[in-house]
Design a binder for this molecule. Structure first.
Ligand SMILES: [Zn+2]
Length: 201
């Protein structure tokens, strides 16, 4: 596994085109795929993503071995507490993130933004849009666990992989408490680390 933290910094931070990571679509060619912007409930001003968000998305899907078929957009999400969401429209999978709440600075790896993206990928990978039989909170925890796992694969430290839910947010009808989410992210991260050790032995 060669997706080290440095790879992600290089990929997400400096150059957009010609990074040499297999499967990374250049900002140019990806932009070319955008014609009409799709419309989403609770999202306004839908636009192509930040190129670094696109690269992070490619690294996440590479890290967990799925094809890069999820379409990514940025938007202004009208629900104040929501930074991003995963949805399926007419058989196409989408992730939409809020431009103001999910920053992509050039100089550092924005692990919290990468975590958010990995969490949304987790919803798709675990097919949560079709799981109406399970409590929403349990789906969120599963997505958090997946995100922690993906961040381990990408070289994040435990602190980086669990920073997203810092603070002491209470449980709501749809979302777990910060503590529960952090515990799930940590469990996923530890699983990723255990796998790394197994691969090395
Ligand atoms: Zn979620």
């Amino acid at each position: 596994m060669k997706l080290s933290r440095r790879t992600l910094i290089g990929a997400a931070g400096i150059s957009v085109i010609g990074i040499g990571t297999p499967g990374v679509v250049s900002a140019q060619s990806w932009r070319g795929n955008f014609g009409m912007m799709p419309r989403f409930k609770n999202a306004r001003s839908v636009k192509p993503p930040n190129p670094r968000a696109e690269i992070a998305m490619n690294l996440i899907t590479d890290a967990v071995g799925i094809e890069r078929t999820i379409k990514l957009y940025s938007a202004h999400i009208t629900k104040t507490r929501i930074a991003g969401f995963a949805t399926t429209l007419n058989g196409t999978r989408y992730i939409v993130y809020d431009r103001a709440k999910v920053p992509w600075p050039e100089t550092i790896t924005p692990w919290t933004s990468v975590f958010l993206m990995a969490h949304e990928v987790g919803h798709h990978v675990a097919v949560h849009n079709f799981r109406k039989d399970i409590q929403k909170i349990r789906l969120e925890l599963e997505a958090d666990r997946f995100a922690g796992f993906a961040l381990s694969r990408l070289g994040a430290t435990e602190a980086q992989a669990t920073y997203y839910y810092r603070g002491n947010g209470p449980e709501t009808i749809t979302h777990p408490s910060s503590l529960a989410s952090t515990a799930s992210a940590r469990a996923g991260w530890k699983l990723g680390e255990r796998m790394k050790r197994r691969e090395q032995s």
